[in-house]
Design a protein around this ligand. Structure first.
Ligand SMILES: Cc1cc2nc3c(=O)[nH]c(=O)nc-3n(C[C@H](O)[C@H](O)[C@H](O)COP(=O)(O)OP(=O)(O)OC[C@H]3O[C@@H](n4cnc5c(N)ncnc54)[C@H](O)[C@@H]3O)c2cc1C
Length: 391
C-alpha cells in the first residue's frame, strides 16, 4: 500500500509516522518550501500524549515540553474560579502526562522521527491543486498516484473542498492573538508554572510555559467582527492588543509588553461533516473536523486520527473498508469535541457573576470530593487511540 498524505503539518506528519511504524509507505506533499517556527504553544493533554507514546515520540516530547502542575481559571479581577491539578495527578488518572510544547518543537520531533523511520517521501514546495480517482494533481500539472489519498491540509482543505464542497464557515466574531515571550524577560515569579486562564466580559487570556519553561506562550481571545483571516502567520498590532487588556492582571500586561510581535487568527465555526471519505480518499485533523481552540484539542484530535487511521489501513482489508472503519471510529468523538469547544467559547466570555456561576458547579464538586471535577474529562483525556476498538 502507498498513501498520499496531503499536508505535512502536525496531522500529516503524525500520519506519515504512524503509517511508517505500521510498515506502510507514503508520499507527504507539503506546499511550504521549508518548515519554520510557525505557530506558538500547544497544550498536549493525556489523550494526545498516549497517542504520541504509541508512535514512539513520548520521550522527545517530554524533553522539549513543560509539565504544568495545575490549570487555574481566574476572573480578570483575580478571583480563583477553578483549579484542576495536573502533573502527577493527571498522569495517575489518565495514564499519560499533560504537557505544553511549542508547535515548532512538536513538528520538528515528528519530522525527525518520520525521517528516521524512513518509509516516507517528503515533497516540499508542492501544492495539491486537485484530487482525482487514485491520486492528486499538483500545481504545475504533475500527477501523483496512490492506494489512498488523505487530506491533512488544515482548515482550508483543498481535499475537503474536492470531496465535499466548500461548506459553511461561520465567523464567530472572535480573534485569537498569539505570542511567545522569553521567561528571562519577565519579573521572576510573575508567571506560575501552570496553565492560567483569565476570563472577563467579551475576552479571555491564556498563558503557559513551553520549551522547558524558557518561553511563555500566550493566547488572547477578543471579540472583533471584521477580522477575517485564518492563518498562523498574520501579524497583529501589539498596541491594540494591550489596549484590549488595560487594567487586567500584571502577568497579562507584562506578557503583552514583553512579546516582540503578536499574530492574529480569526476564529471560524464549521459544523461537523456528515461524511469524511469518498472512494479511496479521506480527511484527517483540521481538514476533517476544524474546531475552535477553546478545549485545546485540535492537534490532539489530529494525532489520535493518525494513530487510528494507520491501524485501519494496516488491517489488510483494503482501502475503502479501512476508511469506513476509521470514520466510524472517529466521527462521533471529534464531533463531541467540536461541540465542547464551541460551548467553552461562550463560557469564557460571560459577564462576571455569570462566569462565577458557570464555574461554581465544577468548583463545588472539587470541594466535596477533592479532584472529583477531573472526572468530567475522563471521556476526553482517558481515550487510548492505540487501543480503541476499530473492528
Ligand atoms: C489559537 C489556537 C490555539 C490552539 N491551541 C491548541 C492546543 O493547545 N492544543 C491542541 O491540541 N490544538 C490547538 N490548536 C489547534 C491545532 O493547532 C490544530 O488543530 C492543528 O495544527 C491541526 O493540524 P493539521 O495537521 O490538521 O493542520 P495544520 O497544522 O494547519 O497543517 C496543514 C498543513 O497542510 C499544508 N497544506 C495546506 N494546503 C495544502 C495543499 N493544497 N497542498 C499541500 N499542502 C497543503 C499546510 O501548509 C500545513 O503545513 C490551536 C489552534 C489555534 C488557532
Amino acid at each position: 500500500m502507498h498513501v498520499i498524505v496531503v499536508g505535512a503539518g502536525l496531522g500529516g506528519l503524525a500520519l506519515a509516522l504512524a503509517l511508517a511504524r505500521a510498515g506502510i509507505d507514503a508520499t507527504a506533499v507539503e506546499q511550504a518550501e521549508a518548515f519554520g517556527e510557525v505557530g506558538a504553544g500547544l497544550q498536549l493533554s493525556p489523550n494526545a500524549m498516549g497517542a504520541l507514546r504509541s508512535l514512539g515520540a513520548e520521550e522527545a516530547v517530554r524533553a522539549a515540553g513543560f509539565a504544568p502542575q495545575a490549570a487555574e481559571v481566574r476572573s480578570h479581577r483575580g478571583a480563583l474560579l477553578l483549579k484542576n491539578p495536573l502533573g502527577a495527578a493527571a498522569e495517575a488518572r489518565w495514564g499519560a502526562p499533560y504537557l505544553q510544547i511549542h508547535r515548532a518543537d512538536l513538528h520538528a520531533i515528528l519530522l525527525q522521527a518520520v525521517q528516521e523511520v524512513g518509509r516516507t517521501t517528503l515533497r516540499l514546495g508542492a501544492r495539491v491543486a486537485a484530487v482525482e480517482a487514485g491520486g492528486v494533481v499538483l500545481e504545475g500539472g504533475e500527477r501523483l498516484t496512490g492506494d489512498a489519498v488523505i487530506g491533512c491540509d488544515g482548515v482550508r482543505s483543498v481535499v475537503r473542498a474536492a470531496l465535499w464542497g466548500e461548506g459553511a464557515a461561520r465567523s464567530t466574531g472572535d480573534v485569537a492573538w498569539r505570542g511567545v515571550v522569553p521567561a528571562d524577560r519577565l519579573p521572576a515569579g510573575l508567571i506560575a508554572p501552570m496553565a492560567a486562564v483569565w476570563t472577563g466580559p467579551h475576552r479571555h487570556f491564556v498563558h503557559y510555559p513551553v520549551r522547558g519553561g524558557a518561553l511563555i506562550n500566550f493566547i488572547a481571545v477578543t471579540e472583533e467582527k471584521h477580522w477575517r483571516i485564518e492563518s498562523w502567520s498574520e501579524p497583529g498590532d501589539k498596541a491594540a492588543l494591550a489596549a484590549e487588556f488595560t487594567g487586567w492582571p500584571p502577568s497579562v500586561q507584562a506578557l503583552i509588553a514583553g512579546a516582540d510581535s503578536v499574530m492574529r487568527w480569526a476564529l471560524y465555526g464549521r459544523p461537523p461533516l456528515p461524511r469524511w471519505s469518498k472512494g479511496s480518499a479521506s480527511l484527517l485533523g483540521d481538514a476533517a473536523h476544524p474546531m475552535l481552540p477553546f478545549l485545546a484539542q485540535g492537534a490532539a484530535m489530529a494525532i489520535e486520527d493518525a494513530v487510528v487511521l494507520a491501524r485501519c489501513l494496516a488491517s489488510g482489508e483494503g482501502t475503502e473498508p479501512s476508511l469506513a472503519r476509521y470514520e466510524e471510529a472517529r466521527r462521533a468523538r471529534t464531533a463531541k469535541v467540536q461541540a465542547w469547544s464551541r460551548r467553552n467559547a461562550t463560557l469564557f466570555h460571560l459577564p462576571g457573576p455569570a462566569t462565577r456561576a458557570a464555574f461554581g458547579g465544577a468548583a463545588l464538586i472539587d470541594r466535596v470530593t477533592p479532584g472529583g471535577g477531573a472526572g468530567r474529562f475522563d471521556w476526553l483525556y482517558g481515550y487510548d487511540a492505540a487501543a480503541t476498538r476499530v473492528w
